[in-house]
Design a binder for this molecule. Sequence first.
Ligand SMILES: [Zn+2]
Length: 144
Amino acid sequence: MHEVSIAESLIALIRRHLPAHQRLIRATVRIGPMHGVVPEAMEMAWNIASADSGWSGSRLRIVSPPWRLRCVACGRCWEPVTVDEPCVCGGTHVDILGGDEFQLDSIDVDSTAMHRRKKTAKSGDGRQRTFKTGVDHEHQSSHR
Ligand SMILES: [Zn+2]
């Protein structure tokens, strides 16, 4: 299955962008129709490959940009339904401007693993340790 190798390349790509000690929640990728990705097969391949990487439950969001062609004969640019659609002028020689995209748009990560560790680190003397995790919660009252 073609989608399995795509999922594996995506995981290698995400690894390079994922901050240390953070878990992937969602990845948004831009994949043009040239890659012939079947969404259902892609989702299945992602579920398997992401679980192997320790990111089970993470989601893959696929953005599919349209084909964009430019007619060599008349210079018209348009978004056809299929890549072999001829231009309205009858021209069949086209330049492909879009539809071959394959890029990682964004990743959503979960850093609450650190917060959770903070809560369980509470020891017998009632002192709480506060780890700086970006957001500062100075007034953690004794309200529970
Ligand atoms: Zn044309």
